[in-house]
Design a binder for this molecule. Structure first.
Ligand SMILES: NC(=O)C1=CN([C@@H]2O[C@H](COP(=O)(O)OP(=O)(O)OC[C@H]3O[C@@H](n4cnc5c(N)ncnc54)[C@H](OP(=O)(O)O)[C@@H]3O)[C@@H](O)[C@H]2O)C=CC1
Ligand SMILES: CC(C)=CCC[C@@H](C)[C@H]1CC[C@H]2C3=C(CC[C@]12C)[C@@]1(C)CCC(=O)C[C@@H]1CC3
Length: 342
């Protein structure tokens, strides 16, 4: 079984198409927060792959309660998970620093600026219903809790299983602080959460390879999806498309289409886990002539800090679970009270 949160659109949906083209016998489980969109994604997949096995699962990865419920359903449906693609990601209220953009345009750093958006993007985050920073909760913590819950299906004797994170070239060490893992204080929660997912992948490899679980990190490049249309309107992107094709000659990170962006995710599916580098980020790249390829680059991560992050996430998980139990007990007490006064 291949479980994919979240694939209603963009890179995730393109990956599903590619996986089904690769192997018609796959059993896919699309985990999405919006079931209408999930049904639409399933119909689109079944139109191009008649007879494919595509299940749906309700999952809001930004809510711990939803993750726990979804994990129960997965455990009741499947005996084993071979691949878990952790693709859900948000970038709320993005702001492009126009001044920094024009300054960068005439600097030596221009290619790096287009490849990583360093110094260009900030976001405004908020607290979610669990009291966590929303970007951290969605891009990292929900996925972490999901892996923990699905451990029995992922770590089975005699089998290897794979976890694949859709990270970003925007993941930057300087945006992340081990003393503020949720990025409560900064203005780059997206960059921080993606760097944290890179670290978590390293920590998972350090802890779980012995149990047959292998984690990898992917950067899809710059892709036109709902996420990028949230940064600047689609009309802007359409207008500058010729410039983007031109930039692609200098940086192969402008993969632009979801199909191209899914290149490294698809490539990893075909690799033996033992042959992969646990500290590499696998980049989807597209050449000026439109050829897709995957290239690993070493991540700027130190293993000890990655272990500390893992421990902090375990601690936070305990706290959130306790809070959820208290909230459910309160709700039950309230329901009892309401029925008594009826
Ligand atoms: N586009 C780009 O240039 C780049 C994208 N990425 C990463 O690629 C991944 C896919 O993004 P992309 O395809 O571009 O953009 P999309 O917005 O198309 O895809 C993001 C997906 O995440 C889902 N999602 C968001 N929040 C939740 C949630 N709380 N619970 C469940 N699902 C959720 C969305 O579901 P819904 O349909 O319900 O909104 C959507 O299916 C993200 O992790 C993103 O950070 C990385 C680098 C570059
Ligand atoms: C001429 C031109 C292409 C202008 C656009 C400038 C910026 C809006 C983009 C330049 C680099 C882009 C980029 C992203 C968003 C848009 C840019 C800042 C991402 C941050 C999108 C999400 C990611 O995960 C990584 C991307 C890196 C590059």
């Amino acid at each position: 079984c291949v479980c994919l949160p979240s694939v209603c659109s963009g890179i995730g949906l393109a990956l599903c198409e590619r996986l089904l083209t690769e192997d018609t016998q796959l059993r896919l489980c699309l985990a999405c927060r919006n079931m209408q969109r999930a049904e639409a994604a399933r119909s689109a997949l079944l139109t191009s792959h008649t007879g494919a096995h595509v299940d749906l699962l309700q999952l809001d990865v930004g809510s711990v309660e939803s993750v726990l419920d979804a994990a129960e359903v997965v455990k009741s449906r499947y005996n084993r998970i071979d691949f878990l693609y952790l693709n859900a990601g948000i970038m709320p209220n993005p702001q492009v620093d126009i001044r920094a953009f024009f300054k960068g345009l005439f600097s030596r750093n221009v290619i790096n600026m287009f490849a990583t958006a360093e110094g260009l993007l900030t976001q405004q985050d908020r607290l979610n219903s669990d009291g966590l920073q929303e970007v951290f909760a969605t891009n990292l913590f929900g996925h972490f809790v999901l892996i923990r819950e699905l451990e029995p299906l992922l770590c089975q004797t005699g089998h290897t299983s794979r976890v694949v994170w859709t990270s970003s070239s925007n993941a930057r060490r300087s945006a992340f602080s081990i003393d503020d893992i949720q990025h409560r204080k900064g203005t780059e929660p997206y960059s921080s959460s993606k760097y944290a997912s890179d670290m978590l992948s390293v920590a998972l490899n350090r802890r779980m390879n012995g149990q047959g679980l292998f984690s990898s990190v992917v950067c899809p490049g710059l892709v036109m999806t709902n996420l990028t249309y949230g940064i600047l309107p689609s009309s802007f992107w359409t207008l500058i498309m010729p410039i983007m094709w031109l930039i692609r000659i200098f940086t192969n990170t402008f993969t632009l289409t979801p199909y191209n962006g899914a290149e490294a995710l698809h490539w990893l599916f075909l690799q033996k886990p033992e042959s992969l580098d646990p500290r590499a980020k696998y980049h989807s790249l597209t050449s000026g002539l439109g050829t897709n390829y995957t290239k690993p680059r070493q991540m700027d991560i130190d293993g000890e800090t990655a272990d500390v992050l893992f421990s902090k996430l375990l601690e936070l998980e305990k706290v959130v679970r306790r809070k959820l139990c208290e909230r459910n007990a309160d709700n039950e007490a309230h329901q009892r009270y309401l029925s008594e006064i009826e």
